[in-house]
Design a protein around this ligand. Sequence first.
Ligand code: IMP
Length: 184
Amino acid sequence: MALADQLASVLIPEAQLQARIRELADRISADYADRTPLLVSVLKGAVYFMADLTRAISVPITMDFMAITSYGPGQGASGAVRLIKDLDEEISGRHVLLVEDIIDTGLTAAYLLRILGARDPASLRICTLLDKTARRIVDTLPIDYRGFEIPDVFVVGYGLDYRQLYRNLPFIGVLRTDPAAPPP
Ligand code: IMP
């Protein structure tokens, strides 16, 4: 069965995704006009967003990547996160923009902000493609750039996975079966 046939619906079609990313990139280009921001993103979910966003930004930037694992039930909802790949670059004095695929409870982003904030960046902001506000636990995140606010559904595609699958869909879709539901 083709990947797209396993979905209940398309939540954000590719054209809408790309149009919104260009808008975010224009705002970032204007806001960081006289600086060279360091865009930091988290493997693997944010890679497509990072690739499209950075190509649409018109000011000089550098980029770096981190990798983390989340423990516990609910896709990291326990908030227990471990760093498995750190940044290559020093961020002291840099204008850092954390690029996220999705913010759900906010616990992962809060953990990353703590790590990055302790390294003395000149500024630290968040750009997230998707924002699932209904499940937010940490509500003090500096989300300066937000692509779409989405309802409390489990989404896949454009980097987001369910058991490592569906990342390569070029749009955001909703799975036919809810992964949070108990097994049949
Ligand atoms: P948090 O709850 O904000 O800490 O989000 C933790 C992580 O859960 C995110 O970075 C995603 O990797 C994952 N996640 C949350 N909601 C979804 C979803 O709807 N689809 C796929 N992954 C999700």
